[in-house]
Design a protein around this ligand. Structure first.
Ligand code: FE
Length: 151
């Protein structure tokens, strides 16, 4: 277990290898997750721009879901964005995330959720760089970076 991985006793659902879909209710997540993580992951809050730990971070490695350990992004798909949140142009696997239409706050956006635990991660926009043109605009607090070999 890496130093960044929560103790299994604290979060029995956390795994970086098991990709089985989780069906865990909010009451259980509330018991397990720190309040700051719960607010974004389960209540869809957004962290303030330019405040998260990864918005201008450039380490080489892999980003995992901080709630369940699901592998989400590689650092080579991360790009410098002026938006103030960590931004990626593609996910690690097609099933890393899933999408839902989000009509909150009078906007039409596409929400990005963890493909394993359904936690809110952020939104996806069409103003990203090649090769996909997509910008996965994520909240740092629901990401967990693990240094590694990169590509
Ligand atoms: Fe997750």
């Amino acid at each position: 277990m890496s130093a960044q991985e929560p103790a299994a006793s604290a979060n029995p659902y956390y795994s970086r290898t098991d990709t089985t879909k989780l069906h865990v209710g909010d009451a259980e997540w509330k018991r397990i997750l720190p309040d700051s993580v719960y607010r974004v992951a389960r209540e869809k809050a957004t962290e303030h721009a330019f405040t998260g730990k990864y918005w201008n971070f450039e380490g080489t490695g892999t980003y995992y879901c901080a709630v369940c350990g699901n592998a989400l992004f590689r650092s080579d798909a991360k790009f410098a964005s002026s938006c103030g949140w960590p931004s990626f142009y593609e996910t690690l696997r097609p099933g890393s995330v899933r999408y839902e239409a989000d009509h909150s706050y009078g906007m039409v956006r596409t929400e990005v959720l963890c493909g394993r635990c359904d936690s809110h991660l952020g939104h996806i926009f069409d103003d990203g760089p090649p090769p996909t043109g997509k910008r996965f605009c994520m909240n740092s607090i629901v990401l967990e970076f693990e240094p590694g070999a990169g590509k």
